[in-house]
Design a protein around this ligand. Structure first.
Ligand SMILES: Nc1ncnc2c1ncn2[C@@H]1O[C@H](COP(=O)(O)OP(=O)(O)OP(=O)(O)O)[C@@H](O)[C@H]1O
Ligand SMILES: [Mg+2]
Length: 321
């Protein structure tokens, strides 16, 4: 039971970390967004709330990249998932089902459906659910803003959001987003305001949360960025002999942690150890704290400013020979 409590605490910290990722790293920037990975991040954030109320099923078909802001889109999916979980009647978790479906429609748009078999919406209320402050929940449970925010975000991205529902059978929210028409030339206009002077650096990011890697990659346009979501794969790359300038490595990862990555790299190829920069979401276990105390490696606290990352890379990409 203690184990579970600790596990829960760590998960909470992960959630806080992910929320921070959503709210800070990305600012207002738009870009090609992969719908499935945003969904995964949203699911990760509310998983603790959802799993006690319903089983969740993924039915992910291929979708084109969409032109949107990743954090905002994450917020849309998060709101829909939480609504679905909250709409579940008190019955066995196994009887309550949420399905997240993605596919590409005939127009080539990305479609995301959040389907639940909860209480559903009365026909008379259907047209009102997207209104700001419309809620059927208690004061402590809802402000009625969730869906109106969703609608604004989806409209901003050029898309639509609709609902279908049958009372007592459940509800389906359908988000449609046009495929991105962004081209390589457009991307340069999104480049960070501080132009990258001089050398093109090779940067490696190791973080189990794909959103972090993608955000850093965007922040470092002009540099070469390789992203790994598993410590194991990262070790292989870091010790492959192929050169790189900096590695940003998450400290707390499932399976192979950042500490383990560092330890193994120090054993196998000690000369690259000095290129490490750790990242943490503030979730320190005792071993992690001790590790940081005796390891002379820079550690960035999430959420960090993207400028910090850019400056660090510029600094470290100076020719070393
Ligand atoms: N999946 C769903 N099943 C049944 N009813 C829903 C569902 N999603 C939304 N609703 C209805 O629409 C109303 C408005 O939803 P919305 O997300 O805008 O606000 P809220 O959930 O009440 O509060 P908030 O999101 O601000 O916490 C809800 O109160 C609920 O009555
Ligand atoms: Mg809501």
């Amino acid at each position: 039971q203690l184990d579970e409590a600790i596990h829960g605490a760590v998960r909470m910290q992960n959630i806080v970390r992910d929320l921070k990722t959503f709210s800070r790293i990305d600012d207002e920037r738009r870009g090609d967004v992969d719908v499935q990975s945003v969904l995964e991040s949203s699911i990760n954030i509310c998983w603790n709330e959802v799993r006690h109320r319903a089983t969740l099923e993924r039915d992910f078909g291929a979708t084109p990249p969409v032109d949107a802001n990743e954090s905002r889109l994450g917020q849309v999916f998060l709101n829909l998932l939480i609504n679905a979980a909250q709409a579940m009647p008190a019955r066995g978790v196994n009887a309550n089902r949420i399905t997240v479906r993605t596919y590409t429609d005939a127009k080539g748009w990305a479609v995301i459906e959040v389907i639940d078999n909860g209480t559903g919406i009365a026909p008379g209320r259907m047209s009102r659910v997207f209104e700001p402050f419309f809620t059927t929940k208690g004061v402590s449970e809802g402000t009625g803003l969730g869906l109106s925010i969703c609608r604004n975000i989806v409209r901003d991205a050029g898309g639509t959001i609709e609902v279908r529902s049958e009372l007592d059978r459940g509800a389906t929210f359908v988000v449609r987003l046009p495929a991105s028409t962004r081209e390589a030339s457009v991307n340069t206009s999104l480049a960070p305001p501080t132009a990258t002077p001089g050398a093109r650096a090779c940067v490696i990011v190791v973080d189990d949360e794909p959103l972090v890697g993608r955000s850093i990659r965007r922040a470092l346009r002009g540099h070469e960025v390789e992203v790994f979501t598993s410590g194991q794969e990262a070790i292989a790359r870091l010790c492959s002999g192929a050169p790189f300038d900096v590695v940003f490595c998450d400290l707390m990862m499932p399976q192979v942690s950042g500490m383990e990555v560092f330890r193994r790299v120090c054993e196998q190829c000690p000369d690259v150890a000095s290129r490490f920069v750790f990242m943490t979401g503030g979730a320190f276990t005792q071993p992690a704290r001790e590790f940081l105390e005796r390891t002379p490696v820079l550690c960035l606290e999430k959420p960090f400013e993207l400028r910090q990352i850019r400056d660090l890379v510029t600094e470290r990409a100076e020719p070393v020979d």
